[in-house]
Design a protein around this ligand. Structure first.
Ligand code: HEC
Ligand code: HEC
Ligand code: HEC
Length: 125
C-alpha cells in the first residue's frame, strides 16, 4: 500500500526545500533589500517604523481622502508642504522607484499595480 521507499526520501527532500532559504540566507545580509534613502531629506511623512509597516495603508488613505472626500490638504514635513499624492508626494522625495520602492517589493514579491496609470519620475526610466 504505502511505498516507504518513496515516502521517506520524499519527506527528506521536502524538508530540505523548506529550510533551504533559511540556510542559504544565513549570514549574508547582502541579500536583504536596501532601499536608497533620499539624500537631501531627513524625515518621512511619518516615522520610519510606521512607514515600513504601514505605507500601503497610508497611501490608500491619501487616495481616498483626495478622490472621495476632496480633501487635498497638504502634508507638512519639516516645514515644507507636499501633496497627498504618489507622484507629487512620495516620489518628490523618493525619486527613484527602482532603487527605492522596487528594492523592497521585488524582495517581498509584491507588485503594486499603481504605475499602470501613475507616472514614475523620469529619473527612474
Ligand atoms: C519629505 C520627503 C518624503 C516624502 C514626501 C515621503 N518620504 Fe518616505 N522617507 C523619507 C526619508 C528621508 C526616509 C528615511 C527616514 C529615516 O531613515 O528615518 C523615508 C523612509 C521611508 C520608508 C522606510 C524605508 C526603510 O528603509 O525602512 C518608506 C517605506 C517610505 N519612506 C515610503 C514613503 C511613501 C509610500 C511615501 C508617500 C506616502 C513617502 N515615503 C513620502 C522622505 C520622504
Ligand atoms: C522597506 C521596504 C519597502 C519600501 C521602501 C517600499 N515598500 Fe511598498 N511594500 C513593502 C512590502 C513588504 C509590501 C507588502 C506588504 C503586505 O503585503 O503586507 C508593500 C506593499 C505596498 C503596496 C500594496 C501592494 C499590494 O498589492 O497590496 C503599495 C501600494 C506600496 N507598497 C507602495 C509603495 C511605494 C509607492 C513605495 C515607494 C515610494 C514603496 N511602497 C516602498 C515594502 C516596501
Ligand atoms: C486605473 C488607473 C489607476 C491605477 C491602477 C491607480 N490609480 Fe491612483 N489615481 C488614478 C486617477 C485617474 C487619479 C486621479 C488624479 C487626480 O485627480 O489627481 C488617481 C489618484 C490617486 C491619488 C491621489 C492624487 C494623486 O495625484 O496622486 C493617490 C494617492 C493614488 N491615486 C494612489 C494610487 C495607488 C497607491 C495605487 C496603487 C495601489 C493607484 N493609485 C493605482 C488612477 C489610477
Amino acid at each position: 500500500m504505502y511505498d516507504k521507499g518513496k515516502i521517506i526520501p520524499g519527506i527528506i527532500v521536502f524538508v530540505c526545500l523548506l529550510i533551504f532559504p533559511i540556510l542559504y540566507n544565513s549570514g549574508s545580509a547582502g541579500v536583504l533589500p536596501n532601499p536608497e534613502k533620499p539624500k537631501d531629506q531627513k524625515e518621512c511623512v511619518k516615522d520610519k517604523q510606521y512607514m515600513r509597516t504601514t505605507h500601503m495603508q497610508l497611501i490608500n488613505d491619501w487616495r481616498d481622502e483626495v478622490l472621495r472626500e476632496g480633501n487635498r490638504e497638504k502634508v507638512v514635513v519639516q516645514g515644507k508642504k507636499y501633496d497627498k499624492s504618489l507622484m507629487n508626494g512620495c516620489m518628490t522625495c523618493h525619486t527613484n522607484k527602482k532603487k527605492f520602492c522596487d528594492e523592497c517589493h521585488v524582495y517581498a514579491s509584491v507588485y503594486p499595480y499603481c504605475w499602470d496609470c501613475h507616472f514614475v519620475p523620469k529619473e527612474t526610466i
